[in-house]
Write a protein that binds this ligand. Structure first.
Ligand SMILES: Nc1ncnc2c1ncn2[C@@H]1O[C@H](COP(=O)(O)OP(=O)(O)OP(=O)(O)O)[C@@H](O)[C@H]1O
Length: 363
């Protein structure tokens, strides 16, 4: 078995809550811990940090931090931890805060890791400022840089955007994408925002009542219908695609994914650029008309793809049916009324046309 991953197995009992997980997470990229409030996401993160003393074991890319006879205390674990609210020392400048964080970790006094984290988070122009003169988003970028400056083996982030307004979130997300793409260490990211999860995660862990009920690649896990995350308006899939064509006259771009392609608003991305597409189940509808050219001329919907029904389940309310449909090698989800599903006589294996009302490039 490869040691290049995170192996985390914990059992912990609080009064009215038990954590019981046995997970293998990838050695790099973002693993999102996603689930309702109280499902145990923060508790799991705290176990990884050694802030909770659970029974079990923890191995980070071949380094054992906990097993039966061993428990490395938090201050000796080479990790970065980012909380919801950046807790910076008000009397120290940004640079002072970064350096203070480094002093506390032995062997972390590396100028190159400090410079690299300043550059990654784009805070070079803020180094002399005191925290009171930073925006919420800038403060959080400093907190992330401080966590990275110690050259950690893993970065733990507990809802780092939750305390920020929409504009600040938008400002910070590109930096988080940069960390995901450029850092060689794993990032474990707690969130209950479907949007953040879809945009940032490579790997998805779904938590319910202290258990990890699913753990797998983002694309695969989001295409499952047997998880509670699919039972709401935000359910949908993420497709890995690339820009294949641009229609300058109508300001559209065609993004190609395994098994199909979608026209969408041109965001100015170059041809060949990799992108993520988020297609919400509520934006997909089904018809039995199979002739694409004809239906395109009769409908305002630009994207019509041939599909085969893969699975059908009742949604969160009996009026709603969720369909999992195969489009080439990819899976899309569709929310429709149970009455429509009945009228179309939908069944597993049936060929249909999927009309995609809208899809968003989220990368
Ligand atoms: N030290 C503790 N003692 C007793 N119960 C605790 C303790 N810490 C957490 N809990 C309980 O464990 C459960 C899981 O909490 P946790 O914070 O891990 O959930 P979460 O999924 O991160 O939630 P949120 O999204 O609201 O942050 C909750 O019911 C919480 O009240």
């Amino acid at each position: 078995m490869s040691t290049e991953n995170i192996s985390a197995c914990f059992k912990l009992d609080f009064n009215k809550f038990s954590l019981d997980v046995d997970l293998t997470l990838p050695s790099h990229g973002v693993s999102a811990l996603f689930g309702h409030s109280g499902s145990g996401k923060t508790t799991l993160l705290r176990c990884i940090a050694g802030l909770e003393r659970a029974a079990g074991h923890l191995c980070i890319n071949g380094e054992v931090w906990q097993n039966n006879g061993l428990f490395i205390p938090t201050h000796k674990r080479p990790l970065g931890y980012v909380f919801q609210e950046a807790s910076l020392f008000p009397h120290l400048s940004v640079l002072g805060n970064l350096k203070y964080g480094m002093q506390r970790v032995s062997g972390a006094n590396s100028t190159s890791s400090l410079e690299h984290s300043i550059e990654l988070l784009g805070i070079g122009h803020l180094l002399e400022r005191k925290p009171a003169r930073l925006s919420g988003g800038e403060r959080q970028r400093v907190a992330i840089a401080r966590a990275l400056a110690v050259n950690p083996r893993i970065l733990l982030m507990d809802e780092p955007l939750a305390a920020l307004d929409m504009a600040r979130k938008k400002e910070i997300l590109p930096f988080l994408e940069r960390l995901r793409d450029q850092l060689k260490i794993p990032i474990v990211y707690v969130t209950h925002s479907a949007d953040e999860m879809a945009r940032l995660a490579d790997h998805l862990v779904v938590m319910t009542e202290g258990k990890a009920i699913a753990s797998g690649s983002l694309t695969e896990t989001l295409s499952r219908l047997d998880l509670p995350i699919q039972l709401n308006e935000e359910s949908g899939v993420v497709l890995k695609a690339f820009i294949a064509e641009r229609d300058q006259q109508w300001h559209l771009a065609r993004a190609e994914f395994p098994g199909g392609s979608l026209w969408m608003r041109d965001m100015g991305f170059a041809i060949g650029r990799s992108v993520r597409l988020r297609v919400l189940a509520r934006d997909v509808s089904l018809t039995l008309e199979l002739e694409q050219t004809e239906s395109q001329t009769k409908s305002s919907i630009v994207n019509v793809l041939p599909a085969v029904i893969n699975e059908l389940v009742t949604g969160e309310h009996p009026a709603i049916t969720l369909a999992r449909i195969q489009v080439g090698e990819s899976i899309l989800l569709c929310r429709l009324t149970s009455r429509s599903a009945h009228a179309l006589d939908l069944s597993v294996g049936k060929s249909v046309s999927a009309q995609i009302k809208s899809a968003a490039i989220i990368d």
